[in-house]
Design a binder for this molecule. Structure first.
Ligand SMILES: *Cc1c(COP(=O)(O)O)cnc(C)c1O
Length: 423
């Protein structure tokens, strides 16, 4: 750490020790970064990306080369037959909802095999709220198979449900729960087991927060379709908005029919001035994701040394960019978030406060000071104010700044008398 920040000497010492603990994990992250960086470069080469691809279209966007090239780049990186990458996806939830509405028809069964889906999808599916035009209102049937008590998938129940299912739905990342995230290998095992029972079943993955953390993506391990947000991993902190869907060609086409309209699908949709950032974002994404994973691993080691329970541990394998820290009290949790905010490039002087966020049963506090509003590939922290006062940390566009934010979060606890440091 540099002396640009006023950090307690004991925290500086612990941050050095934490970095020592991280050496093996950082080496693994560097290896994945190199592999994925070159994977992305190869995808640009194979798609023949040129200066002309960076310029957008207006109006209908017929024959938009930039749009088609971007789809080809994503498809190549994800080892998928096709991809649909659009700035008109307003969020990850929108991309996931478009995919589900694209591939499911009335009477068909969707089975979520990683327990409850991410909060925002509950209304899309129809298990919360009403009168919203949810999948269930349109006659889609929904069933949920919870993870086993140890956090692993219930393969027996999944195999049984697959016989009847049209879609087997997997959420890769823990999201804002304390369950383990699913590795690409574990996703592949679910896909294999489901298809052994029903070769026609569609295995779909919510890939949010997982892109480029491993060398392979779910579509390279047996998933048929996946979707995610561009203001998380694949946008590399540059894409200003958007989402993607990737997978089997026929399925991506059905999703495109849902996004625009039947018969037109991918052939329309102008790109305006969005393409340069989209291309540059995916090009930088392997490095930015590596910085975010390093920040998460550092936070795990540092807070472990400070005596906090963390999940996952610094030496555990990673398949997403999320780190949780069990802070133990609402005061410590809020101090953590204030410190993270102080480590933001934008709005570092702002004090995050807990508030009654719609749809949550307890107050929520969020720290974020990002170039792109709501971008969680940038350093950010979120938490509901309830037992065990866990906070979820993610992002960091560069490791040195992510690390500073993490150390500042502990400094805030020290300043508030919430964390005692022995000399
Ligand atoms: C972020 C996220 C989503 C989608 O969220 P948006 O805020 O709509 O982009 C869905 N699932 C998971 C696991 C996520 O992390």
């Amino acid at each position: 750490m540099t002396d640009f920040f006023d950090i307690h000497p004991r925290l500086l010492e612990l941050s050095r020790q934490a970095e020592q603990l991280c050496v093996p994990a950082f080496a693994r992250i560097a290896e994945v970064e190199e592999y994925n960086g070159q994977k992305v470069l190869a995808a640009f080469r194979s798609a023949g990306i040129s200066e002309a691809h960076l310029k957008g279209t207006t109006g209908y966007g017929y024959d938009d080369r930039g749009r088609e090239g971007l789809d080809a780049v994503y498809a190549a990186i994800f080892g998928a037959e096709d991809a649909l990458v659009r700035h008109t996806f307003v969020s990850g939830t929108h991309a996931l909802a478009t995919a589900l509405f694209g591939i499911l028809r009335p009477g068909e069964l969707m089975v979520s095999v990683t327990g409850a889906p991410y909060d925002t999808l509950e209304e899309t599916i129809g298990i919360r709220g009403g009168g919203t035009g949810s999948l269930m209102e349109w006659g889609v049937r929904y069933r949920q198979i919870d993870l086993l008590p140890d956090g692993t998938p219930n393969h027996k129940a999944i195999a049984q449900a697959a016989r009847e299912a049209k879609v087997i739905y997997i959420q890769r990342s823990r999201g804002y729960s304390l369950r383990p995230s699913l590795t690409v290998e574990a996703i592949g095992q679910i896909a294999q087991a489901a298809k052994a029972e029903n070769p026609d079943v569609i295995v779909m993955v919510d890939n949010c927060y997982g892109e480029l953390v491993e060398k392979r993506e779910p579509t390279q391990a047996g998933a048929d379709l996946m979707a995610g947000s561009l203001i998380k991993n694949p946008g590399g902190g540059i894409a200003p908005t958007g989402g993607y869907i990737a997978g089997r060609k026929k399925l991506v086409e059905q999703c495109a029919y849902r996004l625009t309209c039947p018969g037109m699908g991918k052939e329309v949709g102008c790109t305006l001035d969005t393409l340069r950032g989209m291309y540059q974002g995916i090009f930088l994404a392997p490095a930015v994701v590596a910085a975010a994973v390093k920040t998460a691993v550092f936070a795990a080691a540092f807070y472990h040394l400070l005596g906090f329970a963390v999940n996952p541990a610094h030496d555990a394998p990673r398949t997403d960019i999320i780190q949780s820290v069990l802070t133990g009290s609402p005061e410590t949790l809020c101090a953590f978030c204030r410190g993270i905010q102080k480590g933001a490039p934008v709005d570092s002087f702002v004090t995050p406060m807990p508030w009654d966020m719609p749809g949550y049963d307890s107050q929520v506090i969020m720290a974020a000071g990002a170039f792109t509003m709501g971008a969680s590939i940038e350093l950010s922290a979120d938490a509901p104010l309830r037992e065990p006062y866990a906070v979820w940390l993610q992002g960091g566009l560069t490791y040195p700044t992510g690390k500073a934010g993490v150390v500042l979060s502990a400094q805030e606890m020290v300043d508030e008398g919430l964390l005692k440091l022995g000399e």
